[in-house]
Design a binder for this molecule. Structure first.
Ligand code: AMP
Length: 283
């Protein structure tokens, strides 16, 4: 596995590989790799000649300095994981090389970034958009892989690629979970065993919501029932619970039981912020 740390070098290397007729898959990550990430690497390895995994904890997308400082960075372990899976290139630029000067460009995603993550993490998606645009320009992959765990991020990146005419194809892949149902996340590393058990209730609540909707209850009734379920769990604090259109995150009329819905939640356990979602499509 080649390890590249400079943007200029990754661009040169990718150009050389493309000239040899190789297809390129990119998986952007912030490291602290787990099986959720690995599912994206495997998909890229399957469909591309070369798989590039970027590991970069992007300061521009953190609105909370403590969260940025405490984000896990087990780089040596990540490198081993990537090597063992057969990833071709690890791209790990430094902050200085990614942002030699403070960027002037500011991406504004409008209403789609004003709810959920965007509402509770001001500026988050401006930072995500900027770093993904930079990575797509630096690597120019044929395909770029993202997890649907970050549903809002996936939809916004899809729009970024469309709106700015990037030629890469954006691929979204399903959420990988622990046996308990808890969505795998780098942040889970910071939870105690008790915290991990508590956090598994996030998914139990989502399944409960999904069942209520498919049983014909409306959004308002379901929301109340799920809030009630979460409020009984000591140590779990819900930040938001939203029922939205899974294609564009637009609001769903509260007094209907929708056929298609994405139910999205953010919650705190032991001071750690976790997100998850579930899709319901009834054709
Ligand atoms: P992160 O390192 O958290 O920025 O995540 C890098 C990529 O992995 C993003 O596209 C995430 O959506 C995806 N990802 C993170 N956790 C999971 C998971 N449990 N299942 C599937 N994809 C995931």
């Amino acid at each position: 596995m080649q390890v590249v740390t400079s943007p200029r070098r990754i661009t040169e290397l990718m150009k050389a590989l493309r000239n040899q007729g190789k297809s390129i898959g990119l998986v952007p990550t912030m490291g602290a790799l787990h099986d959720g990430h690995a599912s994206l690497f495997r998909e890229s390895l399957k469909y591309n000649d070369i798989t590039v995994v970027s590991v970069f904890v992007n300061p521009m997308q953190f609105n909370n300095q403590d969260d940025f400082n405490n984000y896990p960075r087990p780089f040596a372990q990540d490198k081993k994981i990537l090597e063992s899976l057969g990833v071709d290139v690890l791209y790990a630029p430094s902050e200085k090389e990614m942002y030699p000067e403070s960027p002037l460009v500011n991406l504004d995603f409008g209403v789609m970034a004003e709810i959920m993550e965007g509402a509770f993490r001001p500026g988050h998606f401006d930072g995500v958009g900027l770093v993904i645009a930079k990575l797509l320009n630096q690597v120019s992959p044929d395909k770029a892989y993202f997890g649907l765990k970050d549903l809002q991020q996936f939809l916004l990146i899809s729009r970024l690629v469309k709106d700015l005419s990037f030629t890469s194809e954006v691929v979204g892949l399903p959420i990988i979970r622990e046996k308990s149902g808890l969505a795998m996340s780098s942040r889970n590393m910071r939870l105690s065993d008790v915290g991990l058990q508590l956090a598994a209730n996030i998914y139990t609540g989502l399944e409960f919501a999904q069942k209520n909707i498919s049983d014909g209850f409306d959004v308002d009734e379901t929301k109340l029932a799920v809030f009630d379920f979460y409020s009984r769990i000591d140590g779990l604090e819900v930040e938001y619970l939203e029922f939205v259109n899974p294609d564009d995150l637009s609001a769903i009329e509260p007094r209907i039981s929708p056929k298609d819905v994405a139910i999205c939640v953010a919650a705190y356990v032991e001071g750690i912020r976790l997100i998850d979602n579930i899709y319901l499509r009834q054709d």
